[in-house]
Design a protein around this ligand. Structure first.
Ligand SMILES: Nc1ncnc2c1ncn2[C@@H]1O[C@H](COP(=O)(O)OP(=O)(O)OP(=O)(O)O)[C@@H](O)[C@H]1O
Length: 278
């Protein structure tokens, strides 16, 4: 049997009188690669923190293996004055690495994430995607037993997303249990072996077999200015992200034609389109 790292027994969570999670049972083992999905506000981040022992449970209980190293990558990393070098250096030293080990590992990770030019820029001046990289580097400085990722792709560009996916896959192969909250089904397909959806405060197992057959297209459009996407169209889109006046979309292939036609009608200009079938 796989080694159990963390188990949640009949956990509930309230904020004040508001019920967020009800009667959740979950077991994390050494081999877990788990995705938590669900609508905005359904409690994914809250559950991640409870799994990590980072937030107080209202009722139920949590067990964890002794001396478990848990790394948590929050959705929004704080905008601090320290530079990435200062921050990573001090977290490495606090984490028990020797100064030389910290420097070597930091250099490797900065190179891997193409962060060499950013090392001396205060974190508060970096873009969201770059700050996300700092959070990932901090978590990977010494490989954890459990890696908790809260919407890991938000704010990352495509190159960083691909790199990030490879990194997490590699960590999982090395025996790191990974649990992430996300909205992107293509990410679930690549990074998770099992998935749950949070609905009505409950954790519902998802069937991944259908998901594995879905293929996606990545489209990049140019618009005159950033604008809201029509809500009906939005339901067909897996992921949408603006970068100035460029709109990046990931769309299930069977919806690509409809989305493309509609946006061209609205005078968006298509810049690139490619299939994603990792
Ligand atoms: N510290 C807090 N105090 C009070 N309410 C909170 C707190 N943290 C979260 N909540 C509420 O708990 C609910 C679940 O929030 P949570 O962030 O876990 O959802 P989520 O599924 O991760 O959402 P999203 O997909 O938007 O990130 C929300 O209604 C949120 O407003």
């Amino acid at each position: 049997m796989d080694t159990i790292l963390i188990s949640l027994h009949s956990i509930s969570k309230y904020f004040g009188k508001k019920l967020i999670l009800n009667d959740i049972n979950l077991t994390i083992t050494k081999k877990s690669a788990l995705a938590l999905m669900g609508p905005n506000g359904s409690g994914k981040s809250t559950l991640l923190k409870l799994i990590g022992g980072l937030s107080k449970i209202s009722s139920g209980s949590r067990d964890s293996a002794p001396q478990l190293k848990i790394a948590y990558i929050p959705e929004n990393f704080p905008k601090i004055d320290l530079t990435p070098e200062e921050f990573i250096n001090s977290t490495g030293l606090i984490g028990g690495l020797a100064p030389k080990q910290v420097t070597t590992r930091m250099t490797e990770l900065f190179q891997a994430f193409q962060m060499e030019d950013m090392g001396a820029v205060p974190i508060k001046h970096l873009s969201k995607g770059t700050i996300q990289k700092v959070a990932v580097i901090q978590a990977l400085l010494t490989p954890p037993d459990v890696l908790l990722l809260d919407e890991p792709l938000s704010g990352q560009d495509i190159q960083a997303q691909k790199l990030f996916i490879r990194m997490v896959q590699k960590l999982h192969q090395q025996g790191v249990a990974t649990i992430m909250s996300c909205h992107e089904r293509f990410l679930v397909k690549q990074l998770a072996h099992s998935a749950y959806e949070l609905l009505d405060h409950q954790l519902i197992p998802m069937d991944l077999s259908g998901l594995k057959e879905i293929k996606y297209d990545l489209m990049i459009f140019e618009a005159l200015a950033k604008s809201a996407i029509d809500p009906a169209l939005q339901t067909l889109i897996e992921q949408a992200e603006w970068d100035h006046n460029r709109l990046k979309l990931i769309v299930p292939r069977d919806q690509s034609d409809v989305v493309l036609k509609e946006l061209l009608k609205q005078e968006f200009k298509l810049r690139t389109m490619e299939g994603i079938s990792q």
